[in-house]
Design a protein around this ligand. Structure first.
Ligand code: SF4
Ligand code: SF4
Length: 401
């Protein structure tokens, strides 16, 4: 495969009678809005059952499992499947099993295309999301070196809230601490020396703005050449300092915010924070707490090898790579459970970032599961939702190893 222009894909589409779109994310919706006029778009196909049954612009979402057993699957001659999923390595082979005439990764055609607002998402945010798809697909299908979509960087264990079901396990820290910038920088330099491109650094906590050194960290991260974007995950409980944002050498072109709005009583600074971001034209996405599941518990569940593989395969957190303590973990659960000594020590839970490139590539690739999964309820697409952000006054108790 090679990179092509959007217009090449539009010409190619003429060869097909029907079009299906894999992935009901922002990129999938953008694609539907571009192709609707062809009259060929039949449906979205999704592995995430939470999205099944929705529709966008008149096109419905059907589940992968239903489609594979439906009579419709025997009627897909001259049909094209356009794959829009950013974690393409997770779904490409699975989607091939649907036996469409052709499957195409949209990302390699995302050149010279037109951006539009999609629903409530602004053109800027749509462009940012589609760039992740483009870079991920190009790196998977075209030899471009070692690419990672995102790394979560834990800048603090402290949070201005204490949600009893925090999936990052902040509710278990008894004396939470900020992490020193020097330590974080040393670790980022090491991992970046082993890979060619990191699409996104996500500065997370706890609440990143509890750490007074966060502005220096933002400046450092937004000026890294190998990194395309830096996203700050905040709960809008702490005021943003416009002066500090302006007085540090921050590259605003790479910066965006993801704000969880927990309502007036908790996210008290939401208007102050979004006001400053608007003033400085820093893109942000403010949203209500979404899709909370019961995944914030450290427990010990007897599971067979097959069950562990299944849990990992269906986990939406398994590609949330998290960097801390010189180790790269598959997910924030494993990283924090290990820091808390809430799971038995096991070197298969992470890869040491001082290891060889081969070992790092093996760990970030297709693995069956990590031992930490045995202590986790998992974050599968169909896990039931729970009430978000119930606060606990005291840290939760857990068994230490
Ligand atoms: S706001 Fe709640 S969910 Fe978010 S990091 Fe803090 S404790 Fe965790
Ligand atoms: S199931 Fe495994 S990969 Fe998924 S969040 Fe839990 S520990 Fe991480």
């Amino acid at each position: 495969m090679r990179e092509s222009n959007w217009s090449d894909l539009v010409s190619k589409i003429e060869e097909y009678n029907k079009i299906y779109i894999y992935g009901f994310g922002i990129t999938g919706k953008w694609l539907q809005s571009q192709l609707k006029k062809t009259g060929k778009v039949v449906s979205f196909i999704e592995s995430d059952n939470k999205k099944v049954g929705f529709e966008f612009n008149g096109t419905k979402v059907q589940s992968y499992e239903e489609f594979i057993t439906s009579p419709e699957k025997n009627n897909i001659d001259k049909s094209l499947l356009l794959n829009t999923v950013v974690d393409i390595h997770d779904v490409w082979d699975k989607a091939n099993k649907l036996n469409f005439t052709t499957q195409i990764p949209l990302g390699i055609y995302l050149n010279n295309h037109e951006l539009t607002d999609i629903g409530e998402e602004t053109k800027d945010f749509v462009g940012y999301t589609m760039k992740a798809v483009k870079e991920s697909h190009s790196s998977y299908f075209i030899e471009k070196g070692i690419f990672l979509r995102s790394i979560d960087i834990l800048v603090t264990e402290r949070c201005s809230m204490k949600c009893q079901d925090c999936s990052n396990l902040m509710q278990y820290y008894i004396k939470p601490q900020n992490i020193e910038n020097q330590t974080i920088i040393r670790e980022i330099e090491e991992i970046l020396s082993k890979i060619d491109h990191l699409f996104e650094i996500r500065l997370i906590g706890g609440e990143p703005f509890v750490n007074p050194n966060i502005y220096e960290m933002i400046a450092y991260a937004t000026n890294l050449k190998k990194v395309s974007y830096v996203v700050i995950y905040t709960n809008a409980t702490i005021k943003l300092s416009k002066e500090k944002l302006l007085s540090h050498n921050i590259n605003f072109n790479k910066l965006s915010f993801s704000i969880t709005d927990y309502g007036d009583k908790l996210s008290r600074q939401i208007n102050q924070v979004t006001g400053i971001l608007d003033d400085l034209k820093i893109p942000f996405r403010a949203h209500l707490p979404e899709w909370w599941t019961d995944s914030g518990r450290i427990i010990n569940i007897e599971r067979s090898e097959e069950e562990l593989k299944d849990l990992f395969k269906n986990c939406c957190g398994k590609n949330l790579f998290t960097l801390t303590d010189n180790k790269l973990y598959r997910c924030p659960f494993a990283a924090n459970a290990d820091r808390l000594n809430g799971i038995p020590k096991d070197e298969r839970n992470y890869v040491d970032i001082n290891e060889s490139i081969e070992k790092i590539v093996d760990y970030i690739g297709d693995i069956d599961y990590i031992p930490a999964c045995k202590y986790c309820k998992g974050r599968s697409w169909d896990t039931p939702q729970i009430e978000p952000a119930i606060q606990t006054r005291k840290p939760l108790v857990y068994d230490k190893y």
